[in-house]
Design a protein around this ligand. Structure first.
Ligand SMILES: NC(=O)c1ccc[n+]([C@@H]2O[C@H](COP(=O)([O-])OP(=O)(O)OC[C@H]3O[C@@H](n4cnc5c(N)ncnc54)[C@H](OP(=O)(O)O)[C@@H]3O)[C@@H](O)[C@H]2O)c1
Length: 311
């Protein structure tokens, strides 16, 4: 099958097309014909070799960990899905990713594609959507009237997190640049802080929750907006526990769990139009286009999600 792979770590120019064998399913998996995938920052972080201690994969590595497509084969233990089903998933993080014509997915990580979504829209959801969902519901317990700060509201995770937090009744403040101010308001943000001209910690206080997607000094400054007992979750760094103690808050790093049941719950909100997919950019399935898509993700200024259309 056709795949876009890397055979060594380095720059985006290393992404190239290669014929590889079709992956084989285990009894708990399905084989999905990939109709669309999406780019996440993990793709280029892994491509550069930044994650090699944590994810020590053999080459060639097929990057990509979002899929929307059609099931073409099912394992003998698979109960709730059949050939022909349209599905979406955040597959396990293996070296057989989704920049390929076919990919395997465990049944536990799979959900039916919402009928109203195109494959491109569906592929934009699993990784970023599950991250947003779990940060808000599992990690910080968002509820009616929670005051939540979401960093980078115009990004892949942020644009879904705003909508999910609003659905659960929160008051949402978010950071964005001026060009995205009306965009994040349309997503439901109650308060937009222009990170280029304002300091978020001077604009808000006594918040219940921070969802940090930036890390570094933004993560450090975020402690000050929380009230005692507040919760900070970061997907882009390690919070300083001395600061957590000083501000009497709980602060944790989080790495998403690929969970098909939660993806189905999010799928339900998508089907009802409560959460809307945020496809900001679409590329074709060629090495040149994937290189361009990586370049865009690496700027840190893509709007919503970057999707690769395969069919
Ligand atoms: N741990 C996990 O499980 C997990 C899961 C998913 C993602 N992540 C990590 O989370 C991070 C975010 O991922 P993503 O997919 O949301 O990234 P993304 O889509 O690439 O984020 C891009 C957005 O960031 C905004 N931005 C850039 N600088 C900013 C600043 N200083 N303040 C506020 N917004 C800023 C940009 O808005 P403007 O154009 O307006 O500047 C742009 O819309 C990445 O580091 C990724 O690796 C971790």
């Amino acid at each position: 099958m056709k795949a876009i792979v890397i055979n060594e770590y380095g720059g985006k120019e290393l992404l190239h097309e290669q014929e590889v064998s079709k992956p084989e399913i285990t009894e708990d998996q399905v084989l999905v014909e990939v109709h669309a995938t999406s780019i996440n920052p993990i793709d280029w972080k892994l491509r550069e070799g930044y994650l090699k201690e944590m994810l020590d994969f053999p080459f060639p590595i097929i990057l990509g960990w979002d899929v929307a497509g059609k099931i073409v084969e099912v394992g003998t233990n698979v109960k709730n899905f059949g050939v022909g089903d349209e599905v979406f998933a955040r597959p396990a993080t293996t070296h057989n990713g989704t920049y390929a014509e076919y990919t395997t997915v465990d049944e536990s990580r799979l959900a039916k594609k919402p009928e109203n979504l195109s494959f491109e829209e569906a592929a934009s959801i699993p990784l970023a959507g599950l991250t947003a969902w779990q940060c808000l519901l599992d990690e910080t317990g968002v509820k009616e009237d929670s005051k939540v700060l979401i960093h980078a509201g115009a990004g892949g995770v942020g644009s879904l997190a705003i909508q999910i937090a609003k659905h659960f009744g929160a008051y949402v403040a978010t950071t964005a640049s001026e060009k995205n101010e009306s965009y994040v308001k349309e997503l439901g943000a109650d308060q937009v802080i222009n990170y280029r001209t304002q300091k978020f910690e001077e604009e808000i206080e006594n918040f219940d929750i921070v969802v940090d997607t930036m890390g570094g000094e933004i993560l450090e400054r975020s402690f000050t907006v929380l009230k005692p007992g507040g919760k900070l979750v970061t997907i882009a760094g390690s919070p300083d526990q001395k600061l957590a103690e000083k501000y009497e808050v709980e602060a944790n790093s989080y790495w998403l769990t690929e969970n098909g049941k939660q993806l189905a719950q999010l799928g339900d909100l998508l089907e009802k139009g409560i959460v809307k997919p945020q496809v900001g950019h679409v590329f074709d399935f060629t090495a040149e286009q994937l290189q361009e898509a990586h370049g865009l993700s690496e700027t840190h200024h893509a709007k919503g999600k970057i999707v690769i259309k395969m069919k």
